[in-house]
Design a protein around this ligand. Structure first.
Ligand code: ADP
Ligand code: MG
Length: 261
């Protein structure tokens, strides 16, 4: 299977502290990873490295066959879909849903708005339908519910048909219904054969969609464990990751964790 990510001894140092500390990690294009760890563990920083938005202080980061520092990131970035709340804050509230998704295509091909073609619009409508946003195309982003906004961000990230899809806490702040709706969509997407490699950050095991295959557990910038979900996500590894005794249950591919009594 083609390599999508290859981290070797990666360090990101800030304020005399390694916020990513000697991380080795590899991802192939058939894998769907969850990156799990407490607040401040370095999850977002790892995702920014994978998105080629950040260079490591030392070590090497390979992305889609290119190596950071030896490649033009402006050629690499269009091949990567990325959705995060930091990016969502930059979407103008008055922009329509259709435009939010369509502009992802202009960013990639560097075309001006007036030049876009029917084909982009047809693809955007198809992507909107895939993420249960049909009927909202003409609504402005600012008028959507949290759950709808999250789905629009993901639709925007997949619009360009990326080879790697990165999602930073897509289910954060959603109510139960919106969370479950999004997890079902993410699970369906993760299991489709044409889907690219996916990496999703969360700090709740309850938010791991069915169909995800691997987990990277981080604590204080270091890898606690990495590998296939079934073997790697255990009460022991979670106990070490979160620094407290934890029990874990699994039911039909969904996980739940709580403090051990
Ligand atoms: N640019 C920066 N300068 C200094 N510290 C940073 C910077 N970016 C992140 N950090 C710190 O690094 C740690 C890891 O951050 P982050 O990757 O955002 O963690 P997570 O996403 O797991 O919550 C946190 O303690 C954060 O405060
Ligand atoms: Mg984060």
């Amino acid at each position: 299977m083609p390599q999508v990510l290859e981290f070797s001894d990666v360090v990101v140092r800030r304020n005399a502290r390694n916020i990513v500390d000697r991380v080795d990690w590899s991802v192939t294009d058939d894998q769907r990873w969850v990156v799990l760890g407490p607040n401040g563990a370095g999850k977002t920083t790892v995702l920014q490295l994978a998105a080629s938005l950040l260079h490591p202080t030392s070590g090497s980061v390979g992305i889609l066959g290119e190596r950071l520092g030896r490649t033009d990131v402006f050629e690499l970035r269009p091949r990567i879909g990325f959705a995060s709340s930091a990016m969502a804050r930059r979407i103008p509230a008055e922009e329509t849903v259709l435009d939010v998704v369509l502009t992802a295509a202009y960013a990639v091909v560097g075309r001006w708005r007036e030049d876009y073609e029917d084909i982009d619009e047809r693809r955007a409508m198809r992507v909107l339908a895939e993420w249960k946003l049909e009927g909202l195309a003409e609504r402005t982003f600012g008028t959507l519910s949290d759950g709808e906004q999250k789905r629009v961000q993901i639709a925007r990230a997949v619009m360009t048909d990326p080879e790697l899809l990165l999602l930073d806490e897509p289910t954060a702040s959603l109510d139960l219904g919106a969370r479950e709706e999004l997890l079902a969509l993410l699970g369906g997407y993760a299991q489709a054969p044409t889907t690219p490699a996916m990496i999703m950050v969360t700090h709740h095991v309850e938010e791991i969609p069915v169909g995800f295959t691997h987990v990277l557990l981080l604590r204080e910038g270091r890898v606690v464990a990495a590998g296939p979900l079934a073997q790697t996500l255990t009460a022991e590894s979670l106990t070490e990751t979160f620094g407290m005794p934890i029990t874990l249950t699994e039911d039909a591919g969904r996980y739940a964790a709580r403090a051990a009594s």
